[in-house]
Design a protein around this ligand. Structure first.
Ligand code: NAD
Ligand code: 6OH
Length: 484
């Protein structure tokens, strides 16, 4: 059986205990990962601190950027292997991993290498009271050792989204991928080694959250900042762990995202967009729309067409070209999603389609599949309209006025992403500006430009990453003021 090891100080190191890496498509164990205990997390942090004092700490921007380009090339050279590893860990289709996860893994390194080479700093000329002048300019310095903790839904994409800018800024990192998806992170360590990234710059520890590598990392005195993507309640725990040392955090957390569909939308484009926004990656994208608000004249037609889209999804083996829907990540997550399917029915929902578990009559029956599901008829206060489910599911509700739609969309403690579907330009601008969200898409969804601010409000996160926002989190600015 394949062993997935930690990567510390440029060497692969076995864990102190092993845990299984399970394929969600059929429940089989595909590898064993070695959990890092406190001692190994200490070793990883110390290696990172040494790297900052060594060759890496002295390296100029151009040389650092060159290392990041080599990492991007290393991912691309092993493209098919990365796809297979991501597919094995998540059950997502090879088509999706080839289109989204793996290309973004490489793109993240290229984009931040480009950016760090061209990033300027602020400078101000200041007149003093006595008529002299001062020149102020900010010097960008690494924060130090950055702890990076990521979830299982887009494993390589999210790990590299944080690792690339952290390294671009000259930090050393200790990454802790989700225990559900250890494979592509381990391959990334191999790529780092092959790309000649100096030892200790990129360290990988495997394990869980509480009482394991995740918690050890967040509480470690040698870590200068934590960046985390995952559930809001985990974010709260990490914040507590970081509080005593006032360690800065950057959080990309959950969502309960709304889509607002106006009767003047381009119908076909809208339904195709919504089908992606609700069901992509089996609904396991923080940006997925779980609440769809539709202007009343379009309600029945939209529900009916979205239902046909849901029923047309092909829950298949990941490597089959026709597959458009994968399983959920784990038995535990399926229990959670199914419990929400039940809660919805108990709360009086109409089940338009789905609501259960598909039967295959083959090994997939041991995997963690659920049917894509659409509900209508719930009150806005219902749990399934308020709480993040993180599955292939949405609730659709009719609205009569723009004001009502905006009010319902914004009535959430989350605030990550919204989408608006309309062909009326003024309305698009007017409604977009009112969205209580970090990201608002108009007539599209999950269309990314990596230079843009990315993050959420409320329970959806703290801070923004993307472009200069990432560089600003992963660096400290030292303002130099010179009186001339
Ligand atoms: P999770 O919070 O359970 O786990 C995320 C990571 O945190 C894992 O690596 C886990 O081991 C670690 N962890 C758990 N408890 C910890 C602790 N006490 N201390 C330190 N580390 C700990 O999230 P998940 O189930 O892996 O992912 C799904 C969630 O992630 C959803 O809520 C989803 O919305 C959110 N998400 C958000 C974004 C975003 O950009 N906003 C992106 C992807 C996923
Ligand atoms: C959440 O599941 C998706 C997050 C996506 C990004 O962080 C990104 O940069 O596209």
């Amino acid at each position: 059986m394949k062993q997935l090891q930690n990567y510390i100080d440029g060497r692969f190191v076995a864990g102190k205990r092993e845990f299984p890496d399970i394929n969600p498509a059929d429940g089989t164990t595909i590898a064993q990962a070695g959990e890092a205990n406190g001692e190994l997390v200490d070793a990883a942090v110390e290696a990172a601190r040494r790297a900052l004092r060594g060759e890496w700490g002295r390296m100029g921007v151009r040389e650092r950027a060159a290392a990041l380009y080599r990492v991007a090339e290393g991912i691309e050279k092993r493209f098919e292997q990365f796809v297979a590893a991501e597919v094995g860990d998540t059950g997502k289709s090879a088509a999706l991993a080839s289109w989204l996860d793996v290309p973004r893994g490489a793109a993240n390194f290229r984009v931040f290498a480009d950016l760090i080479k061209t990033a300027g700093v602020e400078a101000f000329q200041t007149e003093t009271a006595e008529g002299r002048e001062a020149l102020n300019y900010a010097v960008r310095k690494p924060v130090g050792v950055v702890g990076i903790i990521t979830p299982w839904n887009l494993p390589l994409l999210l790990l590299t989204w944080k690792t690339a800018p952290a390294l671009a800024c000259g930090n050393a990192v200790v990454v802790k991928p989700s225990e559900e998806t250890p494979a592509t992170a381990t391959m990334l360590a191999e790529v780092m080694q092959e790309a000649g990234v100096p030892k200790g710059v990129f360290n990988l520890v495997h394990g869980f959250g509480p009482g394991s590598a995740g918690e050890f990392l967040t509480k470690h005195d040698g870590v200068n900042a934590i960046t985390f993507t995952g559930e809001s309640k985990t974010g709260a725990e990490i914040m507590k762990a970081c509080a005593p040392a006032v360690r800065p955090v950057s959080f990309e957390l959950g969502g309960k995202n709304a889509a607002i569909v106006f009767a003047d939308c381009n119908f076909d484009e809208t339904v195709n967009g919504l089908a992606e926004a609700v069901f992509m990656n089996t609904g396991q994208v923080c940006l997925c729309a779980e609440r769809v608000y539709v202007e009343r004249p379009l309600f029945e037609r939209l529900v009916d067409t979205l239902k046909r889209k849901a029923e047309g999804l092909k829950a298949g083996w990941p490597m089959e070209a026709t597959t458009t829907l994968g399983p959920l990540i784990s038995a535990k997550h399926r229990e959670k999603v199914l419990s929400y399917y039940k809660v919805a029915r108990d709360e009086g929902a109409t089940v338009v389609t789905g609501g259960g578990v598909p039967e295959f009559g083959d090994a997939r029956d041991h995997g963690f599949w659920v049917q894509p599901t659409i509900f209508t008829g719930l009150a806005e206060a219902a749990r399934c309209v308020k709480e993040e489910i993180f599955g292939p599911v949405c609730h659709v509700r009719a609205f009569d006025t723009e004001e009502e739609a905006v009010a319902m969309a914004n009535d959430t403690r989350y605030g990550l992403a919204a989408s608006i579907w309309t062909t009326e330009l003024n309305r698009a601008h007017r409604v977009a500006r009112q969205m209580n969200a970090g990201i608002t898409w108009v007539n599209c969804w999950f269309l990314r430009d990596l230079r843009t601010p990315f993050g959420g409000v409320g329970l959806s996160g703290i801070g923004r990453e993307g472009g200069m926002h990432s560089l600003n989190f992963y660096s400290e600015l030292n303002n130099v003021c010179i009186r001339t």
